[in-house]
Design a protein around this ligand. Structure first.
Ligand SMILES: [Fe+2]
Length: 385
């Protein structure tokens, strides 16, 4: 029986034997592919506007989780030493959230892999329905090619491969490169909407490729939108035509607004957008970057979206419903949906920078994104939705 169903037979008024009789009917009716309701729906969460009520234990729910660079990085080199890239077409491991019993996802909708590409490694061009991105941890060396645009990978870059875009990866430098792959794979899997196409050569004329830097040429000038070059990039729907968000630009954008007032639960935050629409880069996943100034502690907040964080700089901790996840550079962690949390920059002499990916756009698109924060008096207030 699904875990969201709870029995109601604790009611002493129920006549003895009712459940047994109903289950006998269920056994009889099973070949007809019907189920005679013998249990009530259990509430997965307390009502959103009753945050005073405790969360019931829920098997299968995402848990707060931390993956430390010091722990996971050696495994990248170990798998790279054992198996050629051809072994599984990737040298990577996938992150699992202990709340999901080994399923390959870190939140309900997000899959994360950590990849290493050795010098000379090359992953063939392909396309698929899941949206995907790369967050680059290495200083430089690798690249991703998307719809012919070659995106040289530098630390802190975000490189998107929206659904339906032809893309490939490689490393033509003399040192290994490491990056974080994020995909909405679990969502597409749930919807049974995944396909992968490897037949790049059959897709037509590939001779007129735009080369390096098209994202920057088209969309690298804030507030200026060219009329040229607006042809669809890939055959996906509703996703960003800008594929490469450079780490240096992201950091500069954060620094430019670090002295401006903003929501105290978000520290200094910027959102990545589809420059043609202002919407999130993907219809399913949204991306943002947060700068925590020295010693900064955010206000507590929670939302209906699950969020995966990559620590780009600094050290600190995130408190999630009584748990403290202490993080430093290149660590990865999850704040589950509905979980109250706040971020803390532990250093008095340096910034911390976190990149966040969440399924907020998906929830917004289906009318279920909500967020709350606690104000200075500890009162719960609705924000953003
Ligand atoms: Fe891919």
């Amino acid at each position: 029986m699904a875990t969201q169903i709870r029995p109601t037979l604790a009611d002493p008024e129920l006549p003895a034997g009712v459940l047994a009789e109903m289950e006998r009917l269920n056994d009889e009716a099973a070949p007809l592919n019907i189920w005679l309701r013998t249990q009530a729906n259990a509430t997965m969460h307390p009502p959103w506007h009753r945050p005073d009520l405790p969360e019931p234990p829920r098997p299968g729910r995402a848990l707060p989780c931390l993956w430390r660079w010091a722990d996971y990085e050696p495994y990248l080199h170990r798998i790279a030493a054992i198996a050629p890239l051809e072994f599984t077409e990737r040298q990577q491991f996938l992150l699992t959230n202990p709340g999901f019993g080994g399923a390959l996802k870190v939140t309900n909708s997000i899959r994360v892999a950590v990849s290493i590409y050795k010098p000379g490694d090359f992953a063939e061009t392909h396309r698929h329905t899941p949206n995907a991105s790369r967050t680059i941890l290495s200083d430089e060396g690798g690249y991703t090619t998307v719809e012919g645009e070659r995106c040289a990978a530098c630390r802190g870059d975000l490189i998107l491969t929206p659904n339906g875009t032809w893309h490939g990866h490689g490393n033509d430098s003399d040192a290994p490169v490491i990056w974080i792959d994020v995909l909405d794979w679990p969502l597409l899997e749930f919807l049974d909407a995944i396909w992968i196409d490897h037949d790049w050569n059959a897709s037509g004329d590939n001779s007129a490729l735009p080369g390096e830097g098209l994202s920057r040429r088209l969309y690298g000038h804030g507030g200026i939108m060219p009329r040229s070059g607006r042809a669809p990039r890939g055959d996906g729907v509703g996703n960003s035509p800008m594929f490469h968000y450079r780490g240096a630009d992201i950091r500069a954008a954060l620094d430019d607004v670090r002295d401006l007032d903003g929501p105290e639960w978000d520290a200094v935050s910027i959102d990545f957008t589809n420059p043609q629409t202002g919407a999130a880069p993907f219809t399913t996943l949204g991306y943002s970057a947060m700068l925590l100034r020295p010693g900064e502690v955010t206000a507590e907040s929670r939302s209906t979206a699950g969020t995966f964080f990559t620590v780009i700089a600094g050290e600190g901790h995130t408190e999630i419903e009584g748990r403290r996840l202490s993080w430093q550079e290149n660590d990865l962690f999850v704040v589950p949906n509905h979980a109250w949390h706040r971020h803390v920059n532990a250093r008095a002499d340096g910034d911390a920078v976190l990149y966040a990916v969440s399924d907020r756009p998906l929830l917004e698109n289906i009318g279920h994104y909500r967020r709350q924060a606690r104000d200075a008096q500890g009162r719960v207030v609705s924000v953003e939705a």
